[in-house]
Design a protein around this ligand. Structure first.
Ligand SMILES: NC(=O)C1=CN([C@@H]2O[C@H](COP(=O)(O)OP(=O)(O)OC[C@H]3O[C@@H](n4cnc5c(N)ncnc54)[C@H](O)[C@@H]3O)[C@@H](O)[C@H]2O)C=CC1
Ligand SMILES: O=C(O)C(=O)COP(=O)(O)O
Length: 596
């Protein structure tokens, strides 16, 4: 069965066969009107409706049973833990999806080795610093995470480390097990009334702050992106980085590891801290310069540190930080509660299955998140966008080189009420796929366009009136090119095609300066002719002789008996000889066959 460009936003060249409206059409009994059939279909274009084989999901780290069960209902599940990087690269070419936790590096080599089959990487947790997002995007692979199910577990572990550190629980336990009874050595410090600076006031940071307030601490937070009212609502002041680190008795780290946060606690910043500060890190090891922390501990600037995460995990045996007597360490246990692991497993399994079905994931990390209701509303416009892109690029004369594309949306919706990223991605898909072997989806559309030197600009024309539908029309223009169908060049000099959605079906409504109206359902023949009686009949009978079914015909003309453009929708691809016969009709000045 053929795959269709419109079948999935996450389409890949994998064994999964995606069926779209247009490929289904070939199976219909001739007596069924395509239009009626399409109107009856309720399932969204993004859903995989037919598969030759189950997809394969590689689960590379331990995942809760409930998640595995969910996956097994839909896919072949290969649980292979502790793979070496080489083994992962070998296996990945047989997998449609990969699920990892923090212990697996999903490097560029993994995407390269997948041969284009890997469609989804699921991170069963929050931090995606172990996934090469740039490479994932280049390879059109969606990355999803499970951002909520382990929040409380991580916050509870932060509080556990905070209290255990303040009272030397780990050290005292080790000492007593070694046969000692050292009550004087392990005198702790109290938390009540002390200032805790929460660094990163996101999901985990907020939960830590809430709990620390319950312990009677004075909580401040630093987060350049957090809204102050959310902090105020729980009695927390947002402060600058310098104020946070210089006034805190305790620092608790909850920001992601990014280039901006890498080694953010370094010699320079330790020097600004209160002498005797205590630090908890349940975020990522890389946010601390670990050598600098050892120096700060030795200098007494930092009295104690409690670390769940390290730059290199597991750490080398001689890691000075781990060995330091004022440091408490746990082996990345923040998310490791029974409850969190079940929750994360379900959250990631649902996201991966949804993505494999071609649905847009709510937890996509490298693609726009489009809410389901928006998606449903935009669905016919998504198809329209792709088809306009496909039409426009096929009108370009060979050797012209597409560099500059403009997409104009006419809508009565306010600009912030219409998310066009999806539409732009689909125009891009339509533009690029017919002229290359690259497959384009929502993940890699912008990247692919940029890589090919295609600049896609967008313009909004805002209409008066109340918006019943999200869009009136979409226009795609390609500038600075020659066209193999000169009539497609508008007065301003660009190849121009415009379309609308009518009764849920995408229609082509303009080619160059000519108004037409043809449903974008099959393939299209465009002819320019001198307007005269009998033309529709002449072309129709040539097509009929070869059993090519005409679904729509429309003539757009400048004036009666002047030049006109005839758009003919055909279900089947006409043979070369049929096209030649059409071209030989004396009144036809130029024509082009466009494959949708
Ligand atoms: N140890 C463990 O097992 C676990 C670790 N984590 C880690 O905890 C961290 C936080 O996770 P969530 O709260 O779920 O993420 P989140 O995305 O909800 O919160 C992160 C916050 O950090 C803020 N941020 C970004 N750059 C910052 C900067 N330069 N300075 C201060 N704040 C900055 C963001 O604005 C955001 O509010 C992540 O690094 C995650 O990987 C999360 C769960 C378990
Ligand atoms: O969710 C996170 O960011 C975590 O760090 C949890 O990591 P894990 O899944 O336990 O390896």
């Amino acid at each position: 069965m053929a795959t269709s460009p419109s079948s999935s936003l996450l389409q890949s060249r994998s064994p999964i066969k995606l069926t779209s409206l247009s490929s289904l059409r070939w199976k219909l009994p001739v007596s069924v009107s395509l239009r009626q059939h399409q109107l009856r279909r309720a399932s969204p274009v993004f859903v995989v409706v037919s598969m030759d084989a189950k997809p394969t999901v590689l689960v590379a780290e331990k995942l809760g049973q409930a998640g595995l069960d969910l996956l097994k209902d839909f896919a072949n599940v290969d649980c292979s833990y502790n793979l070496s990087p080489e083994e992962l690269c070998t296996k990945i070419s047989l997998c449609d999806a990969l699920i990892v936790r923090s212990g697996t590096k999903v490097s560029r080599e993994v995407f390269e080795s997948s041969g284009g089959r890997l469609k989804v990487v699921g991170r069963a947790g929050v931090g995606i610093d172990n996934v090469d997002l740039g490479a994932a995007t280049e390879y059109g692979c969606l990355v999803v995470n499970a951002p909520t199910a382990n929040t409380v577990a991580a916050a509870e572990h932060g509080i556990a480390l905070l209290t255990a550190m303040a009272r030397n629980v780990a050290q005292a336990d080790a000492s007593i097990k070694a046969g000692k009874w050292q009550r004087n050595k392990y005198v702790g410090v109290s938390l009540v009334g002390k200032t805790l600076a929460v660094m990163g006031f996101g999901k985990v940071g907020t939960e830590v702050a809430r709990r620390a307030k319950g312990l009677g601490m004075h909580v401040i937070a630093h987060d350049p992106y957090a809204p102050a009212d959310r902090a105020h609502a729980i009695g927390v002041d947002l402060v600058s980085f310098d104020e946070a680190i210089s006034t805190a008795d305790f620092l608790s780290l909850h920001m992601p590891l990014t280039p901006a946060t890498s080694k953010i606690l370094n010699d320079e910043n330790f020097a600004k801290m209160k002498k005797g500060v205590r630090i908890v890190n349940v975020a990522r090891g890389g946010v601390i310069d670990e050598d600098a922390l050892v120096r700060a501990l030795d200098a007494g600037i930092v009295a104690q540190a409690a670390l769940d995460v390290l730059t290199v995990e597991p750490p080398p045996k001689d890691n000075k930080l781990v060995q330091h007597e004022n440091v408490t360490v746990t082996p990345h246990l923040g998310a490791s509660t029974l409850e969190a692991q079940e929750g994360v497993a379900i959250e990631i399994a649902e996201a991966v299955v949804g993505a494999l079905r071609g649905e847009l994931a709510a937890t996509a990390v490298n693609a726009p998140m489009v809410p389901a209701e928006v998606l449903t509303e935009l669905k016919p416009y998504v198809t329209l966008s792709e088809k306009l892109g496909r039409l426009a690029v096929q009108l370009v004369a060979g050797g012209s080189g597409v560099k500059s594309v403009k997409v104009t949306y006419t809508s009565a919706r306010a600009p912030d009420d219409l998310d066009t990223r999806l539409l732009r991605a689909m125009v891009t898909k339509g533009l690029i796929e017919p002229i290359s072997s690259v497959f384009v989806n929502l993940v890699n559309a912008d990247f692919t366009a940029k890589q090919r030197g295609i600049r896609i600009s967008e313009e909004r024309v805002i209409l008066d009136g109340s918006p019943e539908s999200p869009l009136e029309s979409i226009q795609v223009q390609i500038a600075n090119v020659e066209s193999k169908f000169a009539s497609a060049i508008s007065e301003s000099g660009e190849i121009t095609v415009e379309g609308r959605v009518k009764d849920g079906i995408p229609h082509l409504t303009k080619v160059g300066a000519f108004d037409v109206d043809v449903s974008l359902e099959g393939n299209i023949i465009l002819c320019r002719q001198v307007d005269q009686p009998g033309m529709i009949g002449t072309v129709g009978s040539i097509l009929g002789e070869e059993n090519v079914n005409v679904s729509f015909m429309s003539v757009g003309r400048i004036a009666p008996r002047k030049q006109a453009v005839m758009a003919i929708g055909v279900d089947e691809q006409p043979s070369k000889s049929v096209l030649t016969k059409i071209g030989e009709i004396p009144a036809i000045e130029e024509f082009v066959f466009l494959d949708l």
